[in-house]
Write a protein of this length. Structure first.
Length: 134
């Protein structure tokens, strides 16, 4: 093999290595605000509690979705209600998506935290709205 061919091969290999490193380094985190409902539902169905809720309440809606920032996690851990939802989460922006499902009657729901980095359901809590008759 001539020296010219060796140089060409070396340059191509160096180019490929730098391209690969550049692509990994320049990769931006996913914008959770544009996550589709179908992607969210697919992730929710991986969890048994969420899957049961979705199957039992086929007319559910996604009431709210919230991107958890470090400050939102801290506020949730120190808040009045549902502190458990925020416990054990890493202090990382744009990683977690909190999703609230509710049935149309508004009396049964689910509060779920999705780790969008790993595609896992981290937390899933059923909720029941209790009203007083009167």
């Amino acid at each position: 093999m001539s020296i010219f061919k060796k140089i060409i091969i070396f340059v191509v290999i160096i180019f490929l290595v730098f391209s690969f490193v550049f692509l990994l380094k320049d990769r931006k985190p996913e914008d959770l605000s544009v996550a589709s409902d179908s992607r969210i539902i697919t992730l929710l169905k991986k969890n048994e509690d969420n899957n049961n809720y979705i199957n039992n309440h086929a007319d559910y809606i996604i009431k709210e979705r919230s991107i958890l920032t470090q400050q939102a996690i801290i506020d949730g851990q120190n808040g009045q209600n549902f502190k458990e939802v925020y416990q054990g989460l890493e202090m990382e922006d744009n990683r977690y998506l909190k999703v609230d499902l509710i049935n149309p009657a508004g009396d049964r729901g689910m509060i779920t935290v999705l780790d969008m980095k790993t595609g896992e359901v981290l937390k899933a809590y059923g909720t029941i709205l209790v009203t007083s008759g009167g």
